[in-house]
Each structure stands twice: as structure tokens, then as C-alpha cells.
Design a protein. Structure first.
Length: 155
């Protein structure tokens, strides 16, 4: 079945759920995993230079720290599942392209990722990396979406 699974993460709780699912899937089919996080390049466009809070170097350090935290979570899940896992942090203008390109470069045969489940205008305005990956990837994509908690109506 699958031999190499790419699991992108943005550090969210939904990504954590997708990581856990992806690791369990990898274990069940004896696949290896590459966990990936992508950060945007430093950009500063301000009218007032005093509004800039980070230098490019400070930004890179902060992103590296966040990426390490996100990827540590993936590595812990891999160790708990007994799955071979490589971690990667990339900087890219378009995270969905970084995901697709990494999957191709690493010869992954499945991408497992979370969806934030945005609908309507928020999905159009905010965009969705999962939708972009689904739209542009030639590699199969499994979009993990945690079930919503049940509604209880108090009487």
C-alpha cells in the first residue's frame, strides 16, 4: 500500500490529530514518514519603520523555534507509534507548493494533512492550504478532519 507518508503540520491541535492519525496509518502499513512544517519568509512593509518588531534574523530564530516545537510533537508521535520519521522545516512563500514539492522530492505516495474546515466566505478569504494541496497535487491526499463535539441542548 503506502511506503512513504508526508505529514505537514502547522502546530495546531488539528495538525496534532492528523499527525496521530498519520502515524497510526504508517504503522499499520509499515510506511516511513516525513513530517514537514513550512514557514513564510520574513516580510516587512510598513509606513512607520518603528512598527517593525522583528529583524529578519530575529524572525528566522523565532520561526526555527516554532518549527522545532511542531516537529518535536511529530517525532514524539512517531516514537510512540514505532514509526521511522524524518523531520523537515522549509521556508516558502506558498506552503502548499512546499508540501507538494517535498512529497515529490521525497517520493512520498500519500500526504496526510489536517483541514481547519473553513466554509463559505472565510474559506475564500483566508484560503486553505489543504484545498490548494488537494487541487494541485498528483499524489493522493488524505485530509483528516476531527469530528466536531456533539451538541447538547439544555432544557
Amino acid at each position: 500500500m503506502h511506503r512513504h507518508i508526508l505529514i505537514p503540520t502547522d502546530g495546531s491541535e488539528l495538525s496534532q490529530n492528523a499527525i496521530n492519525y498519520g502515524m497510526a496509518l504508517a504503522k499499520s502499513v509499515n510506511a516511513e514518514v516525513t513530517a514537514l512544517t513550512v514557514s513564510m519568509p520574513f516580510r516587512a512593509f510598513v509606513v512607520e519603520p518603528g512598527l517593525i518588531t522583528d529583524t529578519p534574523e530575529q524572525y528566522r530564530k523565532r520561526m526555527a523555534t516554532l518549527a522545532a516545537r511542531y516537529l518535536d510533537v511529530a517525532m514524539e508521535a512517531a516514537l510512540a507509534a514505532g514509526v521511522s520519521c524524518e523531520t523537515m522545516h522549509l521556508e516558502h512563500d506558498q506552503p502548499y507548493l512546499a508540501i507538494i514539492e517535498t512529497a515529490a522530492r521525497k517520493s512520498c505516495d500519500l500526504i496526510v494533512m489536517a483541514s481547519h474546515g473553513r466554509r463559505g466566505i472565510s474559506a475564500i478569504v483566508l484560503g486553505s492550504e489543504a484545498v490548494k494541496v488537494l487541487t494541485h497535487s498528483t499524489i493522493p491526499v488524505l485530509v483528516f478532519r476531527a469530528p466536531h463535539p456533539p451538541f447538547f441542548i439544555a432544557s
